[in-house]
Design a protein. Sequence first.
Lengths: 345, 203
Amino acid sequence: MKDQTKIDELLNGYIDDQLSQRQTTEVQRLIAHDEQVAGRLRELEKCKMLLESLPIAEAPACMLEDIKSALERKTLLEQSSYGFDEHKGIRHLILRKVLAAAALIAIVAVLVAVVYTILGPQAVPQRPIAVEDAKPVILNPVKEVPIAEKPQPTLVATAEVLPDKPTARIVQFAGTLDVKTNSLIVVDEAIKRSIENNGLSQCLKFEKKDRENTYAISCTRDELSRFVADLKDIWPLFDSAALLVSTAESDEKVRVGNINAEQTAEIVNQASKFEHIEAAKKFASLNNTLTGAKGTLTAIDDGRGNLITPPKPLLTSGERRIKKIAVDEAEDETLNFTIVVSADN
Amino acid sequence: MEPDQKVKNINIDDSVLVQQCRLGNTTAMERLILKYQSRIYNVILKICANVDDAAELTQETFVKIIENIDRFERRSSFYTWAFRIAVNLTINYCKRNVKLGFSSLDTTSNGEQDDARGALKEILRDESSPDPARIAENKELCELIIKSLMKLDDEQRAVIVLRDIEQMSYKEIADVLELELGTVKSRLSRARKNLRSILEVLL
């Protein structure tokens, strides 16, 4: 087979006149001695001759003009294509696609938001939620059940029971100032004006009996301090004044007799329940001492022939340290202060 | 390749025309087109077997030649370079449009085909050499031969057309198809053997 292929190639080269002299001689010898090879040569020659006999086709007459037109057309297209920046065009196209995608996403987002608003869960109340703190406010107490069976506290119920401010404010101080005066009307007027000036009208419970007025005020420490300071002006109209101090957590009560405006203010201004009581005790002890020495220290000579009443002692500086106000505690505390003004005689 | 040998490869007329064409001389360009248009058209037509496609491919070939004339490196002759472009375009086209070439040949009637077959049988059986002029005059016979040619695969058809129709040497065929010389010989041998078998089958 390989020889046959080789012979075929030689025969093809022979008819195409592509062989060297030596190869041509070899082929001629083969043809002369091998009839089969000679027949094969004739077949190849006829095959070649058939193709060579095919008429030569002439190019269309308009070929040159067509080629020139095609070249001009192509040149024009290329020139027009130089007129614009291809990369810029691509960038512009990409930008348009990105913007279109962004717009589509925005529209979808808006639609989702609208649908969520319509179909989504109810908005949670804005007020703070303290589930644990809901326990003290039990409108309908129910029987204790195991934890696993306990209904979970609902948000709505919890939010509803929470007050804006704590309902049970801590009563830090409770004092009753018992005053006797011959100028009941003047004192009454002055106390009411002072209450009004300090904005305590809302905190006032006023009770009037025959020849006795009761002013019950429930307010903050600052408000009470200002109010007590205002009372200083009418204090000389009091024939006697005694302050009964108590606290909400203790049954201990301290009565400070012959108390003056400054002492009252100091007791009110103490920072804690304990200090209120302690201050009251000290003033009570001090004022009792003075009362016990009555007659010996009621008047002294001022050296110029005038008799003066010695001022009642105040707490010394070391004791004044307890006057410091605990601001943190003062924020939520409530002081109850009652003035009972009764007429002498 | 030696410079002298490079110069020998370029037909003097072609080299001058190519040089002038590179300088923008339209007359030189027209002369190159006129010189080769029919030969290129004829080869393309014998490979693709469709007149309209052959005209279009010829036009495309020359547009490509003019566009790329600056890239012509003169390692081969302009003639083989131009035919390389033409044959590559045509083979690519034929591979994309396999059925087109055959359909264009199905225009002859059964009676005409029988006549052509009879003539072909006579030529192949006859011990004497046939008359090429008589073959060329028989249109149906020519169509039958082209139809047989179209049954070869594209590469074998290109080799046999370049050799038997364009009369290129083996060396030039190797240049055009960018093949080894031995490959050209073996491919041409197989192409003729296959064509002979196809013709026998047609009879």
